[in-house]
Structure formats: C-alpha cells, structure tokens
Design a protein around this ligand. Structure first.
Ligand code: PRT
Ligand code: MG
Length: 212
C-alpha cells in the first residue's frame, strides 16, 4: 500500500485534475467527508488528509510515502529527509513583503529603522532580511497576517499573495518580492528504496501529468 499525504483546500483543489489523470481520484471529497484516510480508485494507493504545514512531517517520518506541499511550507520545514523530485506547478503564488499603502517602506529601510514584521514564515523572513542586512523584529503569527499592520502589531508582513485582493481589501501593498511559490511532490527516501516498483510509476505519472 502506498500512502499519499494531501491537504484540503487549494492544494487538493489543484491536485485533483492531476490525481484524476493518473488514476488516483479520491473515493470521497476531502472537503466533505470527515474521514482522514480516503481510498483512491487505485486499490494500492490511499490518501491521508493533514494540515498543509504537516505534510512534510508525515512524509519525513515515513507515515506517508509521498505528499504534495507548497515550497513555502517546505522552506520552513527545511526539507530534511525529503526527496523532492517534481515541481507540480500548482497552487502558485508569490512570497512578498507587504505594508500599509501609506507606509514609506523604502525610506524606513534606508534610514535603518528597526521594523516589526509579522509572519507565519519566520525562517523565510529571517533569511530574506538578513540577506538584505535589514534589522527586523519578527512576530510569529499563525494566520490572518494582513490584520497585523492595521492594528499596530507590525509595520509590515511577510505573506503569500495570489490575486492581491486580500492586500487591496486591507489597504496594504507589496513592497518587496521574495520568491515565486508552487507545490512540490515530496517523497520519503526510504520508501523509494523499499517500494520502488510501486512508487516509481506513480512519480513518473505525476511528472507526465504535471507537464500536461
Ligand atoms: O488552512 P491551514 O492552516 O490548514 O493551512 P494553510 O493556510 O497553509 O493551507 P491553504 O490551503 O490555505 O494553503 C496551502 C498552500 O497553498 C500554501 O502553503 C501555498 O503553497 C499555496 N497557496 C497558493 C496559497 C495561496 N496561493 C494564497 N493566496 N496559500 C495561501 N494563500 C493566502 C494568502 O496567505 C493570503 O491570505 O490567500 C490570501 C491571498 O490571496 P489573494 O488571492 O487575495 O492575493
Ligand atoms: Mg488557510
């Protein structure tokens, strides 16, 4: 049996066509069922439904043989113990620094102001500002980062942007691009050795489906 770790929401929504293309459609809609282990059309493959940030952990420890995770989540996790054979080019967005529309971020940085930055992505943010030589105090949040500058918790945020609608609705603007984000197939290296005959074809099929 092969176990694939997936998260509900964007990643599942955008993985569904790939899964269908390779004969791994789910027996139940993960958005509706309360089951956390869901069968697929292939009796040799099951899916476990976990939080997006937990997908790398399940694969790292071999509780899942493979999974689909955002490069944002993988960067925070560190990628230790994970083989990352494929960029699936789904759930794309950008990691950015954003600040209130009226805030002169460039000047504040030039003047060496010590900025307070709220984010769920502490590792990515730390690396970004260190590379620029900008001193920041990072505040760790678990969601709704866009709120932080509006209520004086932070000067800026590091967060994901897709359409930009959430930033606009909260009178925030992008002040720096950090990196493009997409979802990756991740594989447990021991599983790959022990189950190569079963896993190899699944990985190849994902590759073909992702290339369209
Ligand atoms: O919800 P949960 O806490 O379980 O986990 P999660 O929020 O990480 O899951 P989910 O499903 O929201 O995101 C899973 C993955 O989707 C992320 O790890 C990214 O790799 C990817 N992804 C792609 C995104 C977005 N696009 C995205 N736009 N994840 C989040 N967003 C959020 C963003 O943080 C912001 O709040 O959507 C909002 C902005 O969207 P726009 O379109 O208004 O700009
Ligand atoms: Mg979410």
């Amino acid at each position: 049996m092969i176990t694939l770790a997936l998260s509900k929401g964007r990643i599942f929504d955008e993985s569904a066509p790939l899964l269908a293309a390779i004969g791994l459609s789910l027996a139940e809609d993960p958005g509706k069922t309360r089951k956390l282990i869901v069968a697929t059309k292939n009796p040799g493959v099951r899916v476990i439904i976990v939080r997006a940030t937990d997908v790398p952990t399940y694969v790292q420890y071999g509780a899942a043989d493979l999974g689909i995770a955002g490069s944002d989540v993988l960067a925070e996790h560190g990628g230790v113990g994970l083989y990352q054979p494929l960029d699936l080019a789904i759930a794309k967005c950008r990691m950015v620094v954003a600040a209130p529309e009226g805030f002169d971020y460039e000047s504040a940085v030039k003047q060496g102001a010590r900025l307070r930055v709220a984010t769920k992505y502490i590792g990515t943010a730390r690396e970004h500002f260190a590379a620029k030589g900008v001193h920041v105090d990072l505040i760790h949040l678990y969601g709704s980062m866009e709120l932080a500058p509006l209520v004086g918790l932070a000067d800026a945020i590091v967060d994901l942007v897709d359409t930009g609608n959430t930033l606009r609705a909260n009178k925030l603007k992008v002040v720096e691009e950090i990196e493009p984000i997409s979802s990756r197939l991740i594989v447990n290296p021991a599983s790959l050795k022990l189950k190569r005959s079963a896993l190899g074809p699944v990985i190849d099929a994902f590759g073909k489906a992702a290339r369209g």
